[in-house]
Design a protein around this ligand. Sequence first.
Ligand SMILES: *[C@@H]1O[C@H](CO)[C@@H](O)[C@H](O)[C@H]1NC(C)=O
Ligand SMILES: *[C@@H]1O[C@H](CO)[C@@H](O)[C@H](O)[C@H]1NC(C)=O
Length: 195
Amino acid sequence: MAKFSNHIIILVAFFLATTIAMKPEIPTLETIYQCQTYFGQECGMQVYDRLFGTNVSDLPTNCCYKLVQMGYPCHTRLTVATAKSPKHEKEGLKEILVKSDEIFEKCDEATYPGNILYLAKCIQKIGTDCGDEVSKHIVSDGNVSKQCCKKLVKMGQDCHDNLAKALIRIPELRAVDATQIVEKSKKIFQYCQKS
Ligand SMILES: *[C@@H]1O[C@H](CO)[C@@H](O)[C@H](O)[C@H]1NC(C)=O
Ligand SMILES: *[C@@H]1O[C@H](CO)[C@@H](O)[C@H](O)[C@H]1NC(C)=O
């Protein structure tokens, strides 16, 4: 498997590309069913309440992570599909799409991992090998060595939290639950602090 830290560097490059180009290429579209599977029913209901119901509060943070992980194309496709269903076809699609965009933008901000230079500095501090070990532990399994634990703590919690947020945005990791990534990343930092 390719190194996760390389993925983050690619991701960082992608941020830059999208900032310059403004309109990123939309990757091959997944089926709506796949989109729903990534997102899950619970958060699906939360978004639904905000698009078609009366809830105007911000989306819960855990759902924001899942939303950003699912990605903008999937989110928009789910919105359009629901808005075009017989139950909602009388409601204005344009207004719903505006709301849908707002929800995504807010979540994007709330889960933003920080700018590319900052992330690159973090990766430099922990080193690609240890960065990779920690990433693997978070998204699947595997142990973090004592040596890498030390480097992780030295790199600092702020870097660590933001690198975990960056992991959530890697498209290849969409099948790994975002909530799991957040929780495991918190736990490994605490574990390394104590050891
Ligand atoms: C809106 O959603 C939040 C989060 O799930 C919930 O706590 C709140 O009670 C909801 N508000 C309304 C008016 O339904
Ligand atoms: C992790 O460590 C435990 C015991 O310390 C060991 O049993 C296990 O095989 C290790 N796992 C990996 C993936 O290295």
